[in-house]
Design a protein around this ligand. Structure first.
Ligand code: DMJ
Length: 629
């Protein structure tokens, strides 16, 4: 017996569909199928139904995927779609296959026309970019972002290694960094053109008045720039400068020079150029200036005077005091020690070692932090109570570490003093700003903390990183990274994207911005410390963001400090992009340090001044790490 309902259904169905057309073969086939179905046993029908059900489940993901594709409106990815194609055929044919780089694979669930996919990709890149884009080339930034995420990984197994779109991006990125190096060379040439046209053989270019200023009258910019030209591969410019050194440079001059400045810029520059080129001209000149500076050490305490007359062989402190600056007397050691090693004349090394020995023993430090002045008569710290990592103390800390590295990490007192000082920084000077919690290094003045930080302090991230690289505690690297971010913020939060000389950090809750700048501190002297640290951080971490930051800074120097007739100028106001108020002076360290560190930051060759072989003096002149015997 057949259940009446089924019988009814069949009748209704066929009657309804028939419309008098049984001749229709489709309908006839359906009817005959139904008949066969009814002839099957209940077990057979059940088995067939179960099979059909299993097939349905198995094909479900494909079906849902297809449906999702349709609802997302992607006709390109659904060739069987019943929806009309949106793009004209011609466009579709020209459409290249969709790239499937690593980051786009993350988007594989997203559908949409390729154009939209590209846009989504760009948006995602932008949100991963740490920095704001003000005056920069977006395309290059995007390309560099690709390096950050793909460069170190390279293509995965099974990916098209030769011509995959991902690989092409890496190629482009490498090209970008090559362009950045070229931009540094171009900046150097531009600065050099101004110096050559208006200040050749003089100390500093005044680019706006197309003239020069003298400090020591020793061709300071030219000597400070020698090894930069060598490192940047500017051989023609280097040869011209070398000819000047060979034929014009004389130290037999009745002139007062500052011991520290002439040591780090002139002695340091000549020694490093000697090492890079092997040309004894530079060593001879180094010996000449080194020996002429020695009278500075003839003091009652053996703590040197600040000034020396290199023609007369006399030395003296500044007119108003018998004090010297602590950073100045403790940041000439790398150069004089190297001069002794090269000449095998011990007096240079002995003189500067005596200073370190005395400072090591002195009372008046705060957890290893030193005051800013030292008296040349009694050898004691004076004007005590102010502790800073900025002006007048900065490179004391830098040279503790670097002397230790230069000498093959054997001089334990230097290391102890350095480690103690970094603990002193952590315990006394380190704070976080409000609202964004930037880590900064403030100052202590007679027991009071001041949230003031000089741009000069931005040497510290690089020095901390160098120490960590040389086996010092790993938390030094963590601190280096935090401070690096802060130093970069000191640039990028200004309207010109250039840092002021000094900033003050907000610490009280409810502050609306982290960084304040006093009117008198708004100048920028083209200083190197931040790009110097970027160079170290990049060398040790290979994090491409440090290169992006350096690139932005270079662009801002180009935008706000470049003088069209040649040269770059210090500016008075980093907060006024419409009128940054040029100062009409190009400091020698812009060529000696800032551009050199930028070039090295963008260099892919870790052997271009390897940090296993060289230690940079505080004016960016690389000196060799002594071979261990
Ligand atoms: C340079 O002469 C040296 O880097 C020095 O250690 C600090 N001042 C300038 C650059 O800012």
């Amino acid at each position: 017996m057949h259940p009446p309902s089924r019988q009814d259904y069949i009748s209704i169905n066929f009657a309804g569909q028939g419309s008098g057309s049984y001749n229709n073969s489709k309908q006839w086939r359906r009817q005959s199928c139904w008949r066969k179905w009814k002839q099957l046993s209940r077990l057979q029908r059940s088995l067939i139904l179960i099979l059909l059900f299993i097939c349905g489940i198995a094909s479900y993901p494909a079906v849902t995927e297809q449906l999702r594709g349709l609802t997302d409106g992607d006709p390109e990815t659904d060739s069987n779609s019943v929806f009309p194609h949106v793009l004209p055929e011609a466009v579709k044919q020209d459409q290249p296959p969709l790239p499937e780089p690593t980051s786009q694979r993350k988007l594989s669930n997203r559908r949409g026309p390729p154009v939209l996919q590209n846009r989504l990709q760009k948006k995602e890149n932008a949100s991963n970019t740490v920095v704001e884009d003000k005056a920069s080339d977006n395309k290059k930034e995007g390309e560099e972002e690709e390096v950050i995420r793909r460069g170190p990984e390279g293509p995965k197994d099974g990916e098209n290694k030769e011509g995959s779109p991902a690989n092409q991006k890496v190629q482009l990125s490498i090209q970008s960094v090559a362009n950045w190096r070229e931009a540094v060379q171009e900046a150097f040439r531009h600065a050099w053109k101004g110096y050559k046209d208006f200040a050749w053989g003089h100390d500093e270019l005044r680019p706006l008045s197309k003239s020069y200023s003298e400090w020591f009258g020793l061709g300071l910019t030219l000597i400070d720039s020698l090894d930069t030209m060598w490192i940047l591969g500017l051989k023609e410019e280097f040869e011209e400068a070398k000819t000047w050194v060979a034929t014009e440079l004389t130290f037999n001059k009745n002139v007062d020079v500052n011991l520290f400045e002439s040591t780090i810029r002139i002695l340091g520059g000549l020694l490093s150029t000697y090492h890079l080129t092997g040309d004894t001209l530079f060593l001879d000149k180094a010996k000449d200036i080194g020996s002429r500076l020695m009278p500075a050490f003839n003091t009652p305490s053996k703590i040197p005077y600040s000034d020396v007359n290199i023609g007369k062989g006399t030395a003296h402190p500044p007119r108003w005091t018998s004090d010297s600056t602590v950073a100045e007397v403790t940041s000439i050691q790398l150069e004089f020690r190297e001069l002794s090693r090269l000449t095998q004349e011990p007096q240079y090394q002995a003189a500067v070692a005596e200073v370190m020995k005395q400072v090591h023993k002195l009372n008046g430090k705060l957890d290893g932090l030193v005051p800013m002045f030292i008296n040349t008569n009694n050898g004691q710290f004076t004007h005590q109570g102010i502790y800073t990592l900025g002006a007048r103390a900065d490179s004391y800390y830098e040279y503790l570490l670097k002397q230790w590295i230069q000498g093959g990490k054997k001089e334990n007192e230097l290391l102890e003093d350095y480690l103690q000082a970094i603990e002193g920084v952590k315990n006394n000077l380190l704070q976080k700003s409000s609202p964004n919690g930037l880590t900064f290094v403030g100052e202590v003045s007679h027991g009071q903390f001041s949230p003031k930080m000089d741009h000069l302090v931005c040497f510290l991230p690089g020095t901390l990183a160098l120490g960590a690289y040389n086996g010092l505690p790993a938390d030094h690297m963590d601190l280096a990274k935090q401070l690096m971010e802060t130093c970069y913020q000191m640039y990028i939060q200004m309207e010109t994207g250039l840092s002021p000389e000094i900033v003050h950090f907000n610490m009280h809750q409810g502050s609306t911005r982290d960084i304040e700048v006093k009117l008198a501190d708004r100048h920028n002297l083209l200083r190197p410390e931040t790009v110097e640290s970027l160079f170290y951080l990049y060398r040790f971490t290979k994090d491409q963001k440090y290169r992006e930051w350096g690139w932005k800074i270079l662009q801002n120097f180009n935008k706000y400090t470049k003088v069209s007739s040649g040269g770059y100028t210090s500016i008075n106001n980093v907060r006024d992009p419409d009128y940054p108020s040029p100062r009409d002076k190009m400091e020698s360290f812009f060529l000696g340090e800032t551009l050199k560190y930028l070039y090295l930051l963008f260099s892919d060759d870790p052997n271009l001044i390897s940090l296993d072989q060289y230690v940079f003096n505080t004016e960016a002149h690389p000196l060799p790490i002594w071979p261990s015997n």
